[in-house]
Write a protein that binds this ligand. Structure first.
Ligand code: ATP
Ligand code: ZN
Length: 302
């Protein structure tokens, strides 16, 4: 059987093979309890816990693979997905769409101008040449601003285009801004705010793949909401509760459970937002807590 032919009963997710999104995408899926066995060609990862496999590809290929049905879902930057939709159309029945923002890979698609080029409003772009790897998104933005400029499409090294005389300014991805500073460019306009997203086909997936995709989406949303949460567990005497409970870190209301065979003893379980500091633990201990445990969350269904 061709492993790459759309399979009927296993969900296939495309992620970036390397680059900025590959490792965090895989780690996010593994945080949900999924485990993968890499094939020797490093193209395919077989899911060992659930019937969910990975295809490792260039990020630019992910929207097309979803549109063609080669993959069921993808983890890709909104910038890449939006460019694909701007270029190929947004027909809700066929175009891959954003299902869930994933909270990593944050960046923005921005216009940046070299020193010496005055920029006050988009109208200053009239007749200028703008180098970008996102020609469809840039053309849409220019239309929305009712300004006519020349879009120069480059596949890489956009930031050096002004110095090479290929363009007057650029439209490129920025995160810290370090690359812009190094190339004496000034960010003047944000065209798109981006992060990694879960992308899905326009038409719902059939059967078991549809069910798995829905479950995955829900678990991803929950994992992102609880990304920094910890489970705190401790034991205490019932008489100490009034002093101890106000010391618990911020989070969901705690559960207090009786301990078998210890009439005055209780076990406390609390879901905390953020980390639990050493000082908070020392204060709880001083107020009578024992057996303090702080555990990372792997999975949770509310
Ligand atoms: P590939 O070989 O898969 O085509 P690439 O070179 O196109 O890799 P990366 O540089 O790894 O891609 O970027 C992947 C994604 O990371 C981008 O599409 C974007 O969503 C996100 N990203 C976050 N910060 C930045 C940044 N400062 N520059 C570029 N991309 C960024
Ligand atoms: Zn790429």
């Amino acid at each position: 059987m061709n492993r790459l032919a759309p399979s009927r009963d296993r969900l296939r997710i495309a992620i970036q093979k390397s680059g900025r999104l590959g490792t965090p995408a895989r780690e996010l899926l593994e945080r949900l309890g999924l485990r993968f066995q890499e094939s020797r060609d490093r193209l395919f990862c077989h899911g060992e816990v659930e019937p969910i496999d990975l295809l490792l590809v260039r990020d630019d290929d992910i929207p097309g693979l979803i549109a063609e049905g080669v993959c069921d879902l993808g983890i890709v930057g909104r910038n890449v997905l939006s460019e694909f939709r701007a270029e190929n159309g947004r027909d809700p029945a066929t175009a891959p769409a954003e299902w869930q923002p994933l909270g990593f890979g944050g960046c923005r698609l921005s216009l940046a101008v070299p020193e010496g080029l005055n920029y006050a409003t988009p109208l200053d772009l009239a007749g200028r040449r703008i180098a970008t790897s996102y020609p469809a998104l840039l053309a849409e933005w220019l239309r929305s601003q009712a300004v006519a400029a020349d879009v120069v499409t480059l596949s890489g090294s956009v930031e050096i285009a002004p110095r090479l005389g290929q363009a007057d300014l650029i439209c490129d991805l920025v995160s810290t801004g370090g690359t812009l500073v190094a190339n004496q460019l000034r960010e003047v306009e944000v065209i798109l705010r981006s992060e990694a997203v879960l992308a899905a086909p326009g038409t719902p997936l059939p059967g078991l793949r549809g069910e798995l995709a829905g479950q995955l989406r829900g678990r991803l949303a929950a994992a992102i909401g609880q990304r920094n949460s910890r489970l705190l567990m401790l034991n205490a005497r019932r008489s100490q509760l009034s002093e101890l409970l106000p010391l618990l870190p911020e989070g969901e209301p705690p559960s207090v459970m009786a301990l078998d065979g210890d009439a005055d003893g209780v076990a406390i379980k609390a879901l905390c937002r953020g980390t639990v500091s050493w000082q908070q633990m020392e204060r709880m201990k001083a107020a009578g807590a024992s057996q303090l445990l702080v555990l990372p969350l792997e999975q949770m269904l509310p």
